[in-house]
Design a binder for this molecule. Structure first.
Ligand SMILES: [Fe+2]
Ligand SMILES: [Fe+2]
Length: 165
């Protein structure tokens, strides 16, 4: 039994669960503030993280371990969009670093399948980081206009959905 791999996979599950909670929190607060683009991005990313939990859990069960479904920490109650993106980008870059290290650790313990799970997660987390980084750049470049545009798009969508008199 790969005890160390099971431990690392469970650590990943704790972080993924925390990310799901945090991104869902960001999703419904962006939605509430009318920022549909960002609300959608956080929702889709939370769903990706859910798939990561599933991948880790499947591997743990294959190794005959127990899946520990606890989030690594509390949700941070951030409502400012710039701060949301800052935290999200940090979470993704932290995960990327850790999963790279854990992939190597699994390889050293002759568990290449767990290594591959972590490697596949790294690819997704780098993509998530890139998405948040791009949105931070857009926000810095276009300032309030970037957010205003998202609200206007929502209003347009609502008008389009209103039946004509
Ligand atoms: Fe993830
Ligand atoms: Fe991620």
């Amino acid at each position: 039994m790969h005890k160390k791999s099971i431990q690392l996979l469970n650590k990943a599950i704790h972080e993924e669960l925390q990310a799901i909670h945090q991104y869902m929190y960001f999703h419904f607060h962006c939605d509430d503030q009318g920022y549909d683009l960002l609300a959608g991005l956080f929702k889709r990313t939370a769903i990706d993280e859910m798939i990561h939990v599933e991948k880790c859990a499947e591997r743990i069960l294959f190794l005959k371990g127990e899946v520990e479904m606890n989030a690594a920490g509390e949700v941070q109650k951030i409502k400012d969009v710039k701060e949301m993106l800052k935290l999200a980008a940090k979470m993704e870059s932290d995960s990327t670093k850790e999963y790279n290290i854990w992939a190597n650790e699994c390889a050293q313990n002759a568990d290449s399948a767990s290594k591959q799970v972590f490697e596949s997660l790294v690819l997704d987390e780098e993509r998530h980081f890139d998405q948040y980084d791009t949105e931070t750049e857009n926000l810095e470049k276009f300032g309030e206009n970037y957010l205003a545009l998202q609200s206007i798009e929502r209003s347009k969508g609502r008008q389009a959905g209103t039946p004509a008199n």
